[in-house]
Design a protein around this ligand. Structure first.
Ligand SMILES: [Zn+2]
Length: 257
């Protein structure tokens, strides 16, 4: 397993300062979160590419810009967000992109399925394939405006967009909050290709809590060797992040890395 940090925690900083803050903490791998660039202008892709190259950091994964469509008229916007995010992943040589279902939990089921089909099957999946980027759907939190917080909801989404190529981003914080950790692992353990790692409320783990050790052991049992991406609230202190990094540096040694 490879330790990584979501740079979303520093999204309020300018890009070069953002990457510098990640490096200062001692990380070599990042998940680039699209919220780090304020507006998804097409030519921002080059700016991000240059800043990452200058930083020397590795971009293991990219978190897509997020829009949870509340009305089918917004499908175009969601497609744009997804495609510009894919362009960015391609420019940063990230082999994997994290995405949300992209549909609001308030949409009725028939419209949800129609929007999912139009966004993903017609547009995002073929474009990702063309660029050689794997997609990994994330389990959402209870408080998210998006659809896809538990096995039943994710199964509905995957029923429309989930061919064999679709991976899963396992967000442990969301799973703990919704008490879905074991259900999600049982269903998708072999499909996980990225992990968002944090305790409830996106607080960093600073101690080897039992639920954390159980999760890592089970994940390891499924043969997982991908990124462990710390996705931490911006309210966390530098001391807490450092403590969390030290914890995972030592824990991940036990899991074949
Ligand atoms: Zn997440």
């Amino acid at each position: 397993m490879k330790l990584s940090l979501s740079n979303g925690i520093f999204c309020k900083l300018k890009l070069d300062e953002n990457f510098a803050a990640v490096k200062k903490l001692g990380f070599v791998n990042i998940e680039f979160n699209m919220k780090s660039i304020k507006k998804e202008h097409d030519r921002d892709v080059y700016r991000v590419q240059k800043a990452l190259a200058a930083s020397g950091l590795n971009c293991l994964t990219l978190h897509s810009a997020v829009l949870h469509v509340k009305d089918p008229i917004e499908v175009h916007q969601a497609v744009y967000y997804g495609k510009i995010s894919l362009e960015c992943a391609h420019a940063l040589h990230a082999p994997l992109m994290v995405l949300h279902s992209g549909v609001s939990k308030k949409l009725p089921r028939n419209l949800r399925e129609q929007c999912l089909d139009e966004i993903f099957n017609c547009e995002i999946k073929p474009f990702a394939k063309k660029l050689g980027i794997k997609l990994a759907l994330e389990n959402l939190s209870y408080s998210s405006t998006g659809f896809g917080k538990n096995v039943a909801e994710l199964e509905e989404v995957l029923g429309v967009i989930g061919d064999g190529d679709m991976g899963i981003t396992f967000d442990l914080c969301h799973a703990l909050e919704s008490k879905e950790t074991d259900n999600l692992l049982e269903k998708y353990g072999r499909r996980v290709c990225n992990v968002h790692m944090a305790n409830k409320s996106h607080k960093p783990f600073t101690e080897p809590k039992l639920e954390l050790l159980n999760f890592l052991t089970k994940l390891h049992g499924y043969g997982y060797d991908g990124p462990i991406t710390l996705e931490i609230t911006h309210k966390a202190s530098i001391e807490e992040i450092t403590k969390s990094k030290d914890l995972f540096d030592s824990l991940l040694k036990n899991f074949g890395t």
